[in-house]
Design a protein around this ligand. Sequence first.
Ligand code: GLN
Length: 544
Amino acid sequence: MARFIFITGGVVSSLGKGLMAASLGALLQARGYKVRTRKFDPYLNVDPGTMSPYQHGEVYVTDDGAETDLDLGHYERFTGVASRQADNVTQGRIYQTIIQRERRGDYLGATVQVIPHVTDEIKRFALAETDDVDFVLCEIGGTVGDIESLPFMEAIRQLRNELGHGQTVLVHVTLVPYIAAAGELKTKPTQHSVRELTSLGIQPDILLCRTEHPLPDSERAKIALFCNVRKEAVIPALDASSIYAVPVQYHREGLDQAVLSAFGIENSREPDLTRWFDIMDRQAHPEGEVTIGVVGKYVGLPDAYKSLHEALVHGGLANRVKVKVQWLDAELFEAEDSDIAAKLEPMHGILVPGGFGVRGSEGKIASVRFARERGVPFFGICLGMQMACIEGARNTAGIDHASTTEFGETSEPVVGLITEWMSAEGLQTRNVDTDLGGTMRLGAYPAKLSGNSVVASIYGAEDISERHRHRYEVNAAYREPLEMGGLMFSGMSPDGTLPEIVERPEHPWFIGVQFHPELKSKPFDPHPLFASFIAAALKQSRLV
Ligand code: GLN
């Protein structure tokens, strides 16, 4: 049976619990174990699909079409294990399940309560689909002490009891702040947050202490004493130079060893960290630098484009160059007096990412035009591909009023609502009035690439599968005029109806994709499109 590692956070939010879970997963893998990593989110949304990227960061999409928390992206990037729907649950989904069951009469007249019904459902989720792994890492969103997370804490307490000794370990991530005026690190917040946990009946096994200054031995001993853990189980976690340096750093501080010891597992074999050392070496010794301009809408919060940013970094790792990302607000390109050229000329590559809604769209279209006319490498992702098609229609095919129905009624729907498509579950249908939540083409879909296309040579394959998250599609009825204008439809859905990839063979590098390749990129396995895009940007940087 799988062993369970629960990861909670204390003192403040944003301590990097997700990265910690991902890194621990990678370390256990490096010791030869099979892992799954999952996330419990205490908020009441059924999934993050309808949450603003400004509030919650990007929505990460899995192969099986789940819209999940961005931490699942970290898990996948660090462990390479593809996440599934079963790896992310919110309190909203738990309640939705229970209430639907209650309405059906499944509880046979019983009073439905947080304990045991909600906690049972949480436990069922934790245990589901775990037979094939050695360790399941479960991260609990939020901070200990939040009202919302109480049912999750209670479920953990019960599970620790039920699964028995040696089957579960709890890692609590805390903060040890430095008080400059006193010149001291303070352990009191950690003590308080552990007290909060123990008042819920949960004794942590390991404390991961985030700190900006090295933790002196005396403070480590003090935390151990007051928090009732072994001193070796108090792991100092200094800020790292890069997120990809975290696994090696935590290993050096003894995290994976402490976890195995807490389970009572004797494993003296050192983990194989070769892939992480290689990544760190590439990051520490780049042989050049490129600047990529990302023209988007949610540029105020980089978490809104988390996977995209990481995939660009991975493209840099593949080429041994540092990638500088310039976040450019598309709306600023719309003003009469805005000097787009001045803003975009320093860029070695231009990327228009995924997005929703009309705001900033004319700025995005103007950026596509700049990239096309100046021969600057261009990468359009999802909405970015749709903008590339509208730009091509307007400026190379003479369809002046080209637009997308997403932005309102149009006489030239170069991009339009998908009302029917085939998925693994069969024909899917939608209409304009269906709910916003969960009404998109979501998850992995196959595409067929033209044999002689640029993308087929980049992938080294003609059959690919990539993850989708969109409601609108480029309208294949416009294929002919767009291709006459130089924009080739080089990837299509297997039935030939939905355009998946467009490219300009005459341009140094101009590719638009309807899917999100960034979701599958990994530091040790950079996505071929990002590797190729950064290679093109590197060439461009040598020209200017
Ligand atoms: N808004 C567009 C659509 O729904 C693009 C979505 C996206 O970029 N993820 O089709």
